[in-house]
Structures are given as C-alpha cells and as structure tokens.
Design a protein around this ligand. Structure first.
Ligand SMILES: Nc1ncnc2c1ncn2[C@@H]1O[C@H](COP(=O)(O)OP(=O)(O)O)[C@@H](O)[C@H]1O
Ligand SMILES: [Mg+2]
Length: 250
C-alpha cells in the first residue's frame, strides 16, 4: 500500500507558490486509481512526488508502512515505484526484445519478452526484433513503454496522460491493455488522465483541483458527477469544467 499523509508541495524561492496542499491518500495493491482534474491542478506534480522527482515540503510518504519520504528517485525505483514517461525515449539499434530484457534489470531471466508483448496487445513475433526508433508509431511505442514498466514488476506504476500523442484506435486498444494488465499483475496503478475511457477503468477516481483532493470515490459516483457537468473535463477556463463542478460539490 502506498500512503500519502498531509503531503504539500511549494515551489522554491521567496515567492513560493503552493502547488499541493495537505494531500492524504491511501492507495491499495492491485487497484487502479485514476487522477483527473483541471489543467494546472497539480496532477503531474503529485506523480513526481510519488516518484521522488520532487520532495514534499510537508508530509510523509509510506510504502507498505516504510517511510520513503527522504528516498531519492533511484532508491524508490529499487523499492518498486516506477514512472512511465509521457514521451518515451527511442534508441536506434536497440531491439524491442532487448529493451524489455534491459528494463527488467533486477530479474532479466524471469522476464519473457514474448509474454509481455502479448500482454500489451502486440504480436510478439512481429515486434520482438524491431528497432526501438522512429519506425514505431506513437501507439506502438506507448504499448512497448507499458511493457517496459510491466517488465520491472513494480509495486506502484504511475502513468501520466498515457493517451497523449496517440490516435483514437490505438487509444481504445490502450484502454484494453490497462484492463488486461490489471487482472494479471499485483501492481498499484496510478493513471493521470482526462479520458472517460480511462476513467472507466478505475477502481477509484481522485479529483485533484487547485492542489487539493476535491473528491475520491468509486468511479460511478465521480463519473455521474462529470456527466451532470455535461461530460466536460477540460479546464477551469471552461464554464462547464470540472473545476466548477468540484467547487459546486465542495
Ligand atoms: N517547479 C515548478 N515551479 C513553478 N511552478 C510549477 C512547478 N511545477 C509545477 N508548477 C505549477 O504548478 C501547477 C500544477 O502543475 P502540474 O502539476 O503540472 O498540473 P497538472 O499536471 O494537473 O496540469 C501549475 O500551475 C504549474 O505551472
Ligand atoms: Mg500534467
């Protein structure tokens, strides 16, 4: 279980701005949590706090009861917290199969690249010897990236807007991929997303507005709230945005 206790984050300097305010969260194993909310609400900052890229200015982070607040990004990676990059790197000359084995640095012999590719919806024979370079489409790259995250057999995996830069068809496949991996792996999955199809995958949805948790509950409740709000999830600037809705529900 990953636990955040009273986590706040302020930017450095005399005019430090508060980006996260007193976040309390308990995230259980084997559950999918989707964090959503208006742009600038602090979602990516929260992801970076979990990863150890940013350190909280107040509060604690616990992984299975162990205080990891002062652990850096490498130490957290060793403990099994992983982050999927919004734009994964591409390496000329490196094959997909090699990338997957490399990703499982701690247990390469346990990783079967064929199974991993299958789990993310790619035909292993077609992809295992492809170069990880610009020849792969955005959707293919995204799924290979998810496979690298799975190869690490993480306790907590964080995906920041996995839908970014992929077409609608690939996106639908991506949603299925998350559903499948959820059934097979023990990982706690945290996905930051605005997409209804991703929200529907959640065991719980967390609505983050102006650096505070405005709502955290089963997806049905928050989805109906968003529906009341004409399905709009764009930004606070929109009259019908979730920012207004969140204020409305308090
Ligand atoms: N290092 C930083 N210094 C100053 N402002 C920052 C920094 N990181 C994020 N912010 C600001 O904090 C707010 C939240 O950003 P972010 O977490 O990226 O939001 P989201 O991912 O929800 O769109 C934004 O207003 C952003 O400009
Ligand atoms: Mg963001």
């Amino acid at each position: 279980m990953l636990e955040l206790q009273g986590v706040s984050f302020e930017t450095e300097g005399d005019n430090g701005t508060e980006i996260l305010n007193n976040i309390d969260l308990k995230l259980l194993d084997k559950k999918i949590y989707v964090i959503t909310g208006p742009n600038g609400g602090g979602k990516s900052t929260l992801a970076k706090i979990v990863m150890g890229i940013n350190n909280p200015t107040a509060g604690k982070i616990l992984l299975n009861g162990q205080d990891i607040t002062n652990c850096n990004i490498t130490e957290r990676a060793r403990l099994g917290i992983g982050y999927a990059f919004q734009h994964p790197p591409r390496f000329k000359g490196l094959k997909v199969g090699e990338l997957l084995r490399m990703s499982a640095a701690n247990n390469p012999e346990k990783v079967n690249p064929y199974d991993l590719l299958h789990d993310v919806g790619l035909c292993a024979q077609d992809y295992i010897n492809r170069d990880v370079d610009s020849g792969l489409s955005g959707g293919e790259m995204k799924r290979i990236e998810i496979a690298t995250v799975l190869a690490r057999n993480l306790q907590v995996a964080v995906f920041d807007e996995p839908e970014a830069g992929i077409d609608l068809w690939s996106f639908q496949k991506l949603a299925e991929t998350f559903r499948n991996i959820h059934l097979k792996y023990e990982t706690t999955i945290i996905i930051i997303s605005h997409q209804e199809r991703i929200l529907e995958l959640a065991d719980e949805i967390i609505l983050l507005v102006n650096g505070r948790i405005s709502q955290k509950s089963e997806k049905e409740k928050i989805l109906s709230l968003i529906l009341q709000n004409n399905g709009c999830l764009c930004s606070t600037k929109c009259e019908k945005g979730v920012g207004q809705s969140a204020q409305f529900v308090g």
